[in-house]
Write a new protein. Structure first.
Length: 113
């Protein structure tokens, strides 16, 4: 029923928001960056980490309504567009050119080429 669905969503948001508090800690950010860029982990320096913390705190106030916690919730719940459409389906709906680049040795997004 509707009330139960709203309660589940509220609980999911709460868990995601708590996860954001852990995820945006400088030490955790550095750990993730070193996983993402294993070829040059030294590039995950304090300046890069600080820039990510700054963005995660939304110091410029650019986040949509609900702020960074809402953006994080939508990412982790895959609910940013109200559904769970695969990225290839969403890309086909684009009306503007898209240039998407990533490294051949990216450990998280493996090239299909």
């Amino acid at each position: 029923d509707e009330a139960a669905a709203q309660l589940v969503t509220a609980l999911q948001r709460g868990v995601a928001y708590a996860g954001l508090l852990v995820t945006k800690q400088p030490l955790r950010i550095k750990q993730v960056l070193r996983q993402v860029y294993p070829v040059a982990p030294e590039e995950a320096d304090d300046e890069l980490v600080a820039s990510i913390v700054y963005a995660a705190d939304d110091a410029l106030g650019l986040a949509p309504p609900g702020g960074i916690p809402e953006v994080f919730y939508r990412i982790v719940s895959r609910n940013s567009n109200g559904g769970n459409e695969p990225i290839d389906v969403l890309i086909k709906q684009l009306k503007v050119p898209l240039l998407l680049l990533w490294g051949e040795r990216d450990p998280w997004v493996v090239s299909a080429l």
